[in-house]
Design a protein around this ligand. Structure first.
Ligand code: NAD
Length: 318
């Protein structure tokens, strides 16, 4: 891995991956359309000879072609990560996730320099898994369009790596949290409590239970899988071994903000999940990636606690 493209490198996970790769002396090109990413996440690298930032949209095939020029490794993180939006506006995820990924894979096929393509997939490909912790061998049966778009991208990568001479790795991330996070339940609760500290609206009945991984652990897992995956194409779960409920997250966030709100549960879906398409229970088996030499340093609970404290400070709320 010498010359690397990180798509979505101005986003949450992408920018942490960029920090890590640059700290190891790797040349990094970021392509990002700044739809949810922020320049301030990468601006501390401006001026470095090892760093290049390109503002561009991967829905445009020409941008994708230029993006992969002279790179040997692609970390493809650019996507729209909002599961809830995919339920009401499926076309967004078709375009941002499937079309953009197709353009990038086509660019790799046509340019030929790329030897390794790592894709940021998601635990949502499993839908309501029948086995917990869920192993990679579990059937892929998404219940949101977001999950379906990730499953489709995985399938494209599997076929392209089989046909066109580069290695493919799909990483099925659990919920990734940490500094710079600007979406998901922790950020949502912080924003709500900053507007009204007396009452917190919680979508669902609060018993939804999922696994959370700190972004530092996620970056190390990403690089470990990239460097050590033995097959032409493979997928790995990237998550934690414990899980926390949404109500526990509300408690952690309230404590970090120094407030004691009452909770108002808004359960619009029968079985207490947050919204149609929301997975209620998510815990991934991480035995497969552990065999490559990676293990999480922080538990789900510790990762959520650290994130809540970090975001409250970052956003100047305490
Ligand atoms: P993010 O929104 O912070 O980052 C996505 C980045 O992609 C943003 O910088 C955005 O501007 C950019 N982008 C979006 N569409 C683009 C396009 N068409 N062309 C160029 N750039 C584009 O999200 P994140 O949380 O950092 O997620 C990174 C990846 O990991 C995504 O693929 C997401 O689906 C996946 N993922 C994230 C989580 C999580 O919990 N954060 C969990 C599972 C999977």
């Amino acid at each position: 891995m010498n010359r690397v493209l990180v798509t979505g490198g101005a986003g949450f996970i992408g920018s942490h991956l960029v920090d890590y790769l640059l700290s190891k002396g790797v040349y990094v090109r970021v392509v990002d359309n700044l739809s949810s990413g922020r320049l301030e996440h990468v601006s501390h690298h401006f001026g470095s000879k090892l760093f290049e930032f390109v503002e561009g949209d991967l829905k445009n095939p020409e941008t994708a072609l230029k993006a992969v020029e002279d790179v040997d490794t692609v970390f493809h993180l650019a996507a729209n990560p909002e599961v809830r939006l995919s339920v009401t506006e499926p076309i967004v995820h078709f375009n941002e996730n499937l079309l953009a990924t197709f353009n990038l894979l086509e660019a790799c096929r046509r340019k030929g320099s790329v030897k390794l393509f790592v894709f940021a997939s998601s635990s949502t490909v499993y839908g309501d898994a029948s086995v917990l912790p869920t192993p990679e061998t579990h059937e892929v049966k998404p219940i949101s369009v977001y999950g379906a778009s990730k499953a489709g991208c995985e399938a494209l990568l599997s076929s392209y790596s089989h046909l066109y001479g580069f290695k493919g790795v799909s990483l099925r991330y659990a919920n990734i949290v940490g500094p710079r996070l600007r979406h998901g339940v922790i950020y949502d609760f912080i924003m709500k409590l900053s507007r009204n500290s007396r009452e917190l609206e919680i979508l669902g009945d609060g018993s939804q239970r999922k696994s959370y991984l700190h972004v530092r652990d996620a970056v190390e897992a990403t690089v470990t899988a990239a460097e050590n995956s033995p097959s032409t194409y493979d997928c790995f779960n990237v998550g934690n071994e414990d899980w926390v409920t949404v109500t526990e997250i509300a408690d952690i966030v309230s404590k970090a903000m120094g407030v004691k709100p009452s909770y108002r549960f808004v359960a619009t879906v029968k079985d207490g999940r947050g919204w149609p398409g929301d997975v209620k229970l998510m815990l991934l088996s991480i035995e497969k990636i552990k065999k490559l030499g990676w293990a999480p340093r922080l538990s789900s609970r510790e990762a959520v606690e650290e994130t809540a404290r970090a975001l409250v400070a970052e956003l100047g709320l305490k």
